[in-house]
Design a protein around this ligand. Structure first.
Ligand SMILES: [Fe+2]
Length: 354
């Protein structure tokens, strides 16, 4: 550079002023986010959240370095220790978030924006984790059936003998539901319920949530429990595809608990926690706050047909039509998660997956 300037034969002062303007131009041409960044560890498919992260960067000029950690998020952050570059840890299932908290890799956050946007039952009381979107465990039922309302407890009713399809009881989606039944009805009643549902199974408890819809279409079963967002995925599939046929074969009911005080449907969440050793703690909080803003919540809900945690945000149109607004079981997810191990032990005890 110096040699080239010299070769132009301009005065040193002019050369300096050129240099300054070049430097200014270069600074302006640099991506504005170069100065600010944060590192996000996520177990969620990066494609799902990328539109949100791009919107965050466009708004705040803060770059997000995304690290997709398919398995072993807790182990990895633990192993990295104080040198971990992770600022924000994102995953699904309240149980997984609590594992991060109990594993000592998170830190508390106090934020009025987060507290006002996220209902108290969907976040840690101590600010150690925050729910960002919800998925409901709903009833898929044959369209021909007339079902006005349904309680989770009803699935054990002998009238459904040989008519129930569900994935493995040990799957986290089911252990979380079983844990919430323990919280509502107690362990003894929940064991009885599990035995009843097991007796009603049309096939082994296995496969995925979409297979419930597939097997309803196939005439193997009439009803089953599965997550709400799969309804959106199936109904948005290409016309004529198998998934579309499964999605179109079912009606979806939002079950409640027999416990009269509740009147809500069991949900789980996707969520995030600020890492204990976050080098960019403030930026991690900014991203969390952005993710619960009105515009991000609507994007978030549509990215995977989930429910926004923030009140007043429009649902994805497919979910709105097929399932509708949710009344959420008010029991705190932290309370439900306490019974996770008990739930898993009950599944084994009654041989649910055998
Ligand atoms: Fe899923």
């Amino acid at each position: 550079m110096t040699d080239r300037l010299r070769a132009t034969g301009r005065s040193p002062l002019r050369a300096l002023s050129s240099l300054v303007s070049i430097a200014c131009l270069a600074a302006a041409a640099l991506p504005a986010h170069a100065a600010e960044s944060l590192t996000l560890y996520t177990t969620r498919e990066p494609g799902l959240i990328q539109p949100l992260l791009s919107a965050f960067t466009a708004t705040t000029k803060i770059q997000v370095n995304t690290v997709f950690v398919k398995d072993g998020l807790l182990e990895r952050v633990k192993a990295e220790g104080a040198r971990s570059p992770a600022d924000l840890l994102m995953t699904v299932d309240a149980g997984n978030l609590l594992d991060l908290v109990e594993g000592g890799v998170t830190q508390p956050v106090k934020s009025a924006a987060l507290e006002s946007a996220i209902p108290a039952n969907l976040r840690g009381a101590d600010g150690q984790w925050f729910g960002l979107s919800m998925r409901a465990r709903v009833l898929y039922a044959d369209k021909a059936l007339k079902i006005n309302s349904f309680r989770y407890e009803d699935l054990a009713d002998p009238k459904w003998k040989g008519k129930v399809c569900i994935r493995a009881g040990q799957h986290p989606y089911n252990t979380a539901l079983i844990a919430s039944l323990i919280a509502h009805d107690g362990e003894a009643k929940t064991e009885q319920w599990l035995r009843g549902v097991k007796a009603n199974l049309a096939r082994k408890a296995t496969g995925g949530d979409r297979d419930v819809a597939r097997d309803i279409l196939g005439g193997i079963c009439d009803v089953g429990l599965a997550n709400s967002y799969y309804v959106g995925q199936m109904k948005a599939s290409k016309e004529g595809s198998d998934a579309r046929k499964w999605g179109d074969a079912i009606q979806v009911i939002r079950p409640t608990f027999a416990n009269a005080k509740s009147g809500g449907t069991h949900v789980n969440i996707s969520g995030a926690a600020v890492a204990k050793n976050a080098p960019q703690r403030a930026n991690a909080v900014k991203l969390l706050e952005f993710l619960v803003s009105e515009s991000a919540q609507s994007l978030y809900a549509q990215a995977n047909y989930e429910y926004p945690v923030r009140k007043g945000v429009a649902l994805d149109p497919i979910i709105g039509q097929a399932i509708g607004e949710l009344k959420v079981d008010p029991l705190p997810l932290t309370e439900i998660a306490k019974y996770r191990k008990q739930a898993s032990a009950l599944v084994d005890k009654v041989g649910f997956d055998q």
